[in-house]
Ligand binder design. Sequence first.
Ligand code: ADP
Length: 448
Amino acid sequence: MFKKILIANRGEIALRIQRACKEMGIETVVVHSTADSDSMPVFMADESVCIGPPKSKDSYLNMHAILSAATITGADAIHPGIGFLAENAAFAEMVEEHGFTFIGPSAEHLRVMGDKITAKQAMITAGIPVVPGSEGSLSSAEEALKVAAEIGYPVLVKATGGGGGKGMKVANSADELTEAFDMARSEAQAHFGNPEVYLEKYLAHPRHIEIQILGDQHGNCIHLGERDCSLQRRHQKVLEEAPSPALSAKDREFIGTLAVEAAKKIGYYSAGTFEFLWEDGKFYFIEMNTRLQVEHPVSELISGIDLVQQQIRVAASEALTIRQQDIVFKGHAIECRINAEHPETFFPSPGKITQYHPPGGPGVRVDSAVFADYTVPSHYDSLIAKLIVYADTRAECIARAKRALDEYGISGIHTNIPLHQRLLDAQGVVDGSYDIHWLEKFVGGTQD
Ligand code: ADP
């Protein structure tokens, strides 16, 4: 097992990884930008190294600075966390070339699954159903029009290298498609440095259902059930739950087994997530995330498995000791992503937290790195905490989430806590009937 792990990330996820390391008796090094010098991960780590100024490209994305920090501190392995370099194949390769272990899948898996077109092709080969669409990337608007005429409108133009809901444009007609094609390409170029786009049928009322898998380097793979992440704004997740209120035990078994088979066919190891849209009882693969997910705690709570510790173990070449038949899914879990943003305008709200009181009590977990007097920097994403609640039944879990949100005291900045409170009272959430478009209509006021 590793003696020292360098964590190349910040905020709650850096702290989450440290917690796993500490419980395993592994020392931690945290790298940080000057904007994060006074942050909880830095205070809690055994060692910390400042790697640059606030801008991500000069610090959290500075591969050479991170590798130098690993060298001078004598780390054995690097955990990239979520975002930043977590899905960067070149970084994973550099880490290994310098004699450290990359805590994640192989660079080859990052490369193939990180490109949505090669990922879809790999899944088709592995026998997984995908959303109908173009076979590869589209070279022109004319080609897009041709494919759209075949699959029928509405269609979605998506960035090959996309993520975070960026570079995605809906077109309801041929007229709209030409413009959507150009817009998606320029957004893709701006965000991902790659203008390539492809086309998919735009599904009218699907749910977003994803399967958490965990594989080792010895050919073993298990799944930890599904998460329902249909409550989204601008294609970004807001509240997630496990299990999905919509799936039957048979659906779960079917899609879980399919995901494990696909992972085995491509020889995948580490934690990973297969994302599907589910409509009219059918699953359609959309992408695979080759890393830990923000919403991983809901799976941890219903399965009793510490995903980060497992991820570290399999990176150290240990064989999985948990077999599929050992996993008993129990209870219900909900995660509310608490963002520093205005609950109605959604404008980011960085700044100083003047008072802070996190909720507690039975079944409440808060993954966060903020505290009273902490200043939320404006340079990074707005997620400041994850409130994860667990209870025996879904109804009890909703009641508990509402109770915990009522207890949550954060002053000095705006947060979306009021939005979560409204959501948990809304009929579509209470009865579990929501789909991926529901929340947008809800915040737009056209749905109760
Ligand atoms: P990203 O990598 O940017 O997160 P995804 O492919 O995972 O992009 O899609 C994000 C979200 O966008 C999905 O959860 C879903 O809500 C929506 N979406 C993606 N593809 C489709 C589609 N073909 N039809 C309808 N909605 C879609």
